[in-house]
Design a protein around this ligand. Structure first.
Ligand code: ATR
Length: 285
């Protein structure tokens, strides 16, 4: 890395931030394309967020990624939002452009791009069961509805949050799909799974080795495509999908594709996906 007076600066705001793989991904991409950019981690405590966002302009940063716990809290401090960010109600990318801070959300689009490009799966007209109703679930479901899935079931431990997400999705203009909230613990008593084309784990279950699977591996039927958003390890369900030779993707692909879309917003260049995938795989050992 060759930092000079002309080097452009991007980065990520989060708390905590030390675990983030985004600096690795983006700096590898800049290096590969010989671009004079650097990507830095910024540990921003919640009470400092407003001043940190003002700092983007003051320091003339090109843009930032936003991660936990700031994705929603940052919205009031931005000048504009993309339609996706506005629908999802969360921002993961900010572009400092012509004196304005514009908020985007590339999580949902990153999910869809990885699903079609790496998984060869077209969600249009498909029946989808998504587990979870948090931030990742919200971004993914808005993109799935936009891609015109035919049925979308959202199963969450806390039913009320699944219900609230369904209510928000129903308000979107493009929402012509059948939407239904479910309680995660009651899924196995239904006869839903055999009808599902795409099963997504968008809960955080699986991030730790001791986590139980959100659903019995018994329900991984050969007819479905399984996508697990957990990116830091191979979850029990991912291992089961591999054993059963079911088509699947893990959260690393969503991570790479959302990063590639942020990279494109800041630089107007296509990100080197293969290089980004390689550094993540090397890091994983
Ligand atoms: P993220 O940004 O990764 O989506 P989040 O917004 O905190 O994180 O959402 C975490 C999701 O994982 C939620 O759907 C949560 O369910 P609740 O809404 O009931 O909290 C789900 N989750 C976390 N731990 C869980 C557990 N032990 N069992 C089932 N679901 C769990």
């Amino acid at each position: 890395m060759n930092i000079s007076g002309k080097t452009k600066v991007v980065g990520i705001f989060g708390y905590p931030i030390a675990h983030s793989l985004s600096p690795l991904l983006h700096n590898a991409a800049f290096e590969k394309l010989k671009m004079d950019f650097v990507y830095l981690p910024f540990l921003i405590k919640p009470p400092e967020l407003k001043r940190a966002v003002q700092g983007i302009k003051a320091l003339n940063l090109i843009g930032i990624n936003v991660t936990v716990p700031h994705k929603q809290a940052i919205i009031p401090f931005l000048d504009e939002l993309s339609p996706e960010a506005s629908l999802i109600g969360a921002v993961n990318t900010v572009h400092h452009c012509q004196g304005k801070l514009i908020g985007y959300n590339t999580d949902g689009a990153g999910f869809i791009e990885s699903l079609s490009q790496e998984g060869g799966f077209d969600p249009r007209g498909k029946r989808v069961l998504l587990l979870g109703a948090g931030g990742a679930a919200s971004a993914i479901t808005f993109s799935l509805v936009e891609k015109k899935v035919s049925e979308l079931f959202i199963a969450n431990r806390t039913f009320k949050k699944a219900q609230e997400l369904v209510d928000r999705l129903k308000k979107t203009a493009s929402s012509s799909c059948y939407l239904a909230p479910l309680k995660l613990g009651e899924l196995s008593g239904t006869n839903l799974l055999p009808k599902i084309d795409l099963l997504i784990n968008a809960t955080s279950l699986g991030m730790f080795p001791e986590d139980p699977p959100p659903l019995s591996p018994h329900w991984l039927l050969s007819s479905l495509f399984y996508y697990d958003v957990v990116y830091n390890r191979r979850t029990q369900l991912l291992k089961a999908a591999a054993d059963k030779q079911i088509r699947y993707l893990d959260g690393q692909e969503m991570l790479i594709h959302q990063a590639a879309l942020s990279f494109n917003i800041w630089t107007n260049q296509k990100a080197p996906l293969r290089k980004m995938r390689r550094v993540i795989q090397e890091k994983g050992g």
